[in-house]
Design a binder for this molecule. Structure first.
Ligand code: URA
Length: 341
């Protein structure tokens, strides 16, 4: 028998390296780097060594636990802690395509095949300083996004592909018969923040754009209060069709639509996902007892930090809850580094 020598080489998993490189490239794109100068082999080697060393280090469990505890209240966020890359978590399975979806022109992958992720040849010796303070880390989740982060053009192409799939979907017979059109999502393919709602209403069904009615106008104000604009974030719903009479989504409808929002999030891989209302939180996290019990701390979805807050429609009926939503947005802004701690 040829036995493999049992030397503990402690080599990092190639997937983790890919994720690390992908995150670094995304970061470079976000801070505006469009061009990396030609290789300096010495520096490239140093950079690779640094990356491998950081990937091989055990996760800073104690530090993360402390910062998670500190994030229990917005005031408790405290000093921004370095965000630990979720590199030690196992990869997640690809979102399954809807079983009975009509045949697609292209294979319904969550994202197109990945270009081989190669480290930039002349990248800095250490990861570049963040343009913003690093966020406090959310509790590390059991999974991370399956695919490496994509360049923006590929993200756009993938989202367009899925938009077409959604437009043809007839899995929920009643919704497919009553909708005017599907409402896929809108915003920036490289958004730091995704706002995740429940389902289109009459206005959205008519316009094909999420959150354009009264609740949408309030959401726009909430987004702007976080010093972002609708164009900078991505807005989408758990259901892509309007339930007739704005009734609650049915369990089968949520199940049928799930692969679509999973694919969108896999492509965008946002740093933050804001769940608006209980249906959004339950769909995303697959368990959510109540908004009240989920607020005030970050949850995890494949490495994205998840904020759970009240739906704007609820705020239209209960204006006194606006303060709670503002607290939730401030918690996120502190973590993003856009509001002083
Ligand atoms: N409510 C939602 O949850 N989504 C919309 O797009 C509009 C209203």
């Amino acid at each position: 028998m040829n036995e493999v020598p049992s030397a503990n080489l402690n080599l990092p998993d190639p997937h983790e390296i890919r994720v690390g490189v992908g995150q670094l490239l995304t970061h470079l794109q976000r801070v505006g780097v469009e061009y990396l100068p030609a290789a300096d082999p010495g520096r490239a080697e140093q950079w690779t060594t640094t990356l491998l060393a950081s990937v091989a280090q055990p996760a800073p469990v104690a530090a993360e636990a402390a910062s998670t505890a500190a994030s229990a209240t917005p005031e408790g966020l405290g000093q921004p802690a370095a965000a630990a890359p979720p590199a030690t978590a196992p990869p997640v399975a690809a979102p399954a395509a809807p079983v009975a979806a009509p045949p697609a022109a292209a294979p319904p992958a969550a994202a197109p095949p990945q270009p081989a992720a190669t480290p930039p040849t002349a990248a800095p010796q250490t990861p570049p300083p963040a343009s913003r303070p690093q966020p406090a880390a959310a509790a590390p989740g059991p999974t991370i996004y399956r695919t490496a982060s994509l360049p923006i053009a590929d993200r756009q192409a993938s989202l367009d592909h899925w938009r077409q799939q959604v437009a043809q979907c007839t899995l929920c017979h009643e919704l497919a018969c009553t909708r005017k059109q599907t409402v896929f999502g809108a915003g920036h393919a490289q958004a730091r923040v995704v706002f995740f709602g429940e389902a289109p209403g009459a206005d959205e069904d008519r316009e094909g754009i999420p959150f354009v009615g009264r609740a949408g106008q309030l959401l726009t104000k909430i987004i702007e209060a976080t010093k972002l604009s609708r164009d900078e974030v991505y807005i989408m719903n758990t259901l892509k069709c309007r339930p007739p009479g704005n009734r609650n989504p049915l369990p089968d409808e949520l199940k049928n639509c799930r692969p679509f929002f999973e694919a969108q999030l896999e492509i965008i891989q946002p740093e933050y996902i804001v769940c608006l209302g209980l249906f959004a939180a339950q769909s995303l996290l697959q368990s959510a007892p109540s908004i009240g019990r989920m607020r005030g701390r970050f949850h995890n979805y494949h490495g994205s930090k998840v904020v759970v807050t009240y739906h704007p429609s609820y705020l239209l009926r209960n204006a006194k809850m606006k303060g709670a939503v503002w607290q939730d947005m401030q918690m996120m802004m502190r973590a993003m580094g856009t509001l002083p701690a």
